[in-house]
Design a protein around this ligand. Structure first.
Ligand code: UD1
Ligand code: CA
Length: 452
C-alpha cells in the first residue's frame, strides 16, 4: 500500500491581512507550504495532492512536482479534502493530511505518525498537542476512558470545552477509503457554516472505528500560523532549530537569537558567526570563517578562512583567506579570489578580482576584470556607464593604481601598469608604464599674501 498525502493550501488567510496568499508567507526564507511539502517528501511520501484555491497559480509555482487539486470555493477543511476524491479514486492506503499553515512539523514526526497509525491499524489518527494557550485551535474531547471522541472548534466550544488544553494540530492520518466515505457524512451545521475535516473523527468514533491520537512531545511543532505574530513566532522556532543544527555540527554562533540563517544554507566547521547576521538564499560558507557582525549574505559563496564584517554580498563568490569590509557591498556577478582585501566603503559589481589583490577603501569597481597582485588606491572609480551602455575595465596583473583615479571604460591597464594619483585615464596604458593624466600644478607665488 502506497502512502499518500494531502496538503491544504486553498484558504485565503484573512487574518494575515495580506495580498500574498497565506501559504506563501515565508518562514526562514521558505514559503510555509513548501516547508510542509518538503518535509512530507523527506518522510518518504511521494504521492502528494496539494489543494489550491486562493492565489492558486502562485502557490502552484512555489511548489512544483505535486498533484494539484483546485478548490474553487473555500467551504472548509473537510470540503478541501473532498476535492481530492476523484483524483484519489484509486488510492488505497494511509493518507496523511496536513495544513500549509503549520510549517514546523518535522519529517520525523510525519514518519512517527504513520508508524503509529499503521501499528494501531487505525481508521484515523489525529495529531494533538498540549499547549499553554489553546486559543483559536480546535479542542480534543476525550471520553472517560481517555479515547478521542470528537474535535470541537473554538467558535463552537462551550466554556468548559474551551478550558481543554489539548488541541487538534490539523494533521491527521486516515485510511483513504474510510476518509472519503465519511466525508459525505459531515455537514456545515456549525458556527462558521463550514465543512470541518475534524468532524470526520466524531463520525468514525460513532461507528466504532478505531481512532487514535498521536500527542506531540514537542508542542512547538503544532503552531498554526494564522496571523503575522504567529508567523514571527514560527520563524523564531525554526530559526533556533537551524542555528542549533549548525552549532551541533561545529559552527560557533555567538547569539542564535540575533542570527538569521535560512533553511537551505551551509556553514563549515569552526566558522564563527557574530550577531545580526543574515545568511540567506542558499548561501554557502566554508570552514574557519569569521562572519559578522552586521553581515547579509544572499546567495553568497564564501571559501574557507574568509573574514567579513559589516557587509552585504549578493550572489557573489569570495575566495579563501580574503577579508571583506567593514562596510563593503559586493553585488551580483562578482568573484573575488583568495588572499584579497576588500576594505571599507568599497562597492564591487559584476567583476572579477584575482588572488592577492587589494581594494582597500572608498572605491567603485563595476564591470571590471582585475588581475592578481593589483593595488587599487583609495577613491578609485571605474566609470563604467556612459548613460546608455556599460563598458568594461581591464586591469592586468601587478598594476598599481594611485588614489583618486577615474578609469573611463572601456579601458585597459596592461600588466604592471602604474597610474599616478588623481589621474583620469581614458586611454589604454601599455605594460609596465606610468600613466599620469591630470592637470599640472601651477604655483602662484605670494598670491594669498595680505597687501600692505
Ligand atoms: C484548523 C482546524 C482546527 C485546528 C487548526 C490547527 C478545522 C475546521 N479546524 O483551524 O481544529 O486546531 O486548524 O492549526 O479544520 N483550507 C483550505 N480550504 C478551505 C479552508 C481551509 O484549503 O476551505 C486550508 C487553509 O489554507 C489552511 C488549512 O486548510 O492551510 C487550515 O485552515 P484554517 O482556516 O487556517 O483553519 P483553522 O481555523 O486554523
Ligand atoms: Ca490555521
Amino acid at each position: 500500500m502506497v502512502t499518500s498525502a494531502i496538503v491544504l493550501a486553498a484558504g485565503q488567510g484573512q487574518r494575515m491581512k495580506s495580498e500574498l496568499p497565506k501559504p506563501l508567507h515565508q518562514v526562514c526564507g521558505i514559503p510555509m507550504v513548501k516547508l510542509v511539502v518538503d518535509n512530507i517528501r523527506a518522510a518518504g511520501i511521494e504521492q502528494i495532492y496539494l489543494v489550491i484555491g486562493h492565489g492558486g497559480e502562485q502557490v502552484r509555482e512555489a511548489v512544483p512536482g505535486v498533484n494539484y487539486v483546485v478548490q474553487a470555493e473555500q467551504l472548509g477543511t473537510g470540503h478541501a479534502v473532498d476535492q481530492c476524491r476523484e483524483m484519489m479514486a484509486d488510492v488505497n492506503g494511509p493518507v496523511l493530511v496536513a495544513c500549509a499553515d503549520t510549517p514546523l512539523f518535522r519529517a520525523e514526526t510525519f514518519k512517527d505518525l504513520l508508524a503509529a497509525h499503521k501499528d494501531q491499524k487505525a481508521a484515523a489518527t489525529v495529531v494533538t498537542a498540549k499547549v499553554e494557550d489553546p486559543t483559536g485551535y480546535g479542542r480534543v474531547i476525550r471520553n472517560a476512558a481517555g479515547y478521542v471522541e470528537q474535535i470541537v472548534e473554538e467558535k463552537d466550544a462551550s466554556p468548559a470545552q474551551k478550558q481543554i488544553k489539548e488541541i487538534n494540530t490539523g494533521t491527521f492520518c486516515f485510511d483513504s477509503k474510510l476518509l472519503f466515505q465519511y466525508l459525505t457524512e459531515i455537514t456545515p451545521d456549525n458556527a462558521q457554516g463550514e465543512y470541518y475535516l475534524p468532524d470526520v473523527i466524531a463520525a468514525l468514533v460513532r461507528d466504532g472505528q478505531t481512532v487514535g491520537a498521536y500527542c506531540l512531545l514537542n508542542a512547538e511543532e503544532a503552531m498554526g500560523v494564522n496571523d503575522r505574530i504567529r508567523l514571527f513566532q514560527a520563524d523564531q522556532v525554526l530559526r533556533r532549530r537551524i542555528c542549533h543544527e549548525h552549532m551541533l555540527s561545529g559552527v560557533t554562533i555567538i547569539n542564535p537569537d540575533q542570527t538569521y540563517i535560512d533553511l537551505d544554507c551551509e556553514i563549515g566547521r569552526d566558522t564563527i558567526i557574530y550577531p545580526n547576521t543574515y545568511i540567506q538564499k542558499g548561501s554557502r560558507i566554508g570552514e574557519n570563517c569569521l562572519v559578522g557582525p552586521n553581515v547579509r549574505l544572499d546567495g553568497a559563496v564564501l571559501a574557507d578562512h574568509v573574514t567579513i564584517e559589516q557587509a552585504v554580498v549578493l550572489e557573489g563568490k569570495i575566495g579563501s583567506h580574503t577579508t571583506v569590509g567593514p562596510f563593503a557591498y559586493i553585488r551580483p556577478g562578482t568573484v573575488i579570489g583568495s588572499h584579497c582585501r576588500i576594505g571599507d566603503f568599497v562597492e564591487i559589481k559584476n567583476s572579477q578580482v584575482a588572488d592577492q589583490s587589494k581594494v582597500p577603501h572608498l572605491t567603485y569597481v563595476g564591470d571590471a576584470i582585475v588581475g592578481s597582485h593589483v593595488n587599487i588606491g583609495c577613491g578609485t572609480i571605474t566609470c563604467n556607464y556612459d548613460g546608455k551602455h556599460k563598458h568594461q575595465t581591464i586591469i592586468e596583473d601587478n598594476c598599481f593604481i594611485g588614489s583618486n583615479v577615474n578609469l573611463v571604460a572601456p579601458v585597459k591597464l596592461n600588466k604592471g601598469a602604474y597610474v599616478a594619483a588623481g589621474s583620469t585615464v581614458t586611454k589604454d596604458v601599455p605594460e609596465y608604464s606610468l600613466a599620469i593624466a591630470r592637470a599640472r600644478q601651477v604655483n602662484k607665488e605670494g598670491w594669498n599674501k595680505l597687501e600692505g
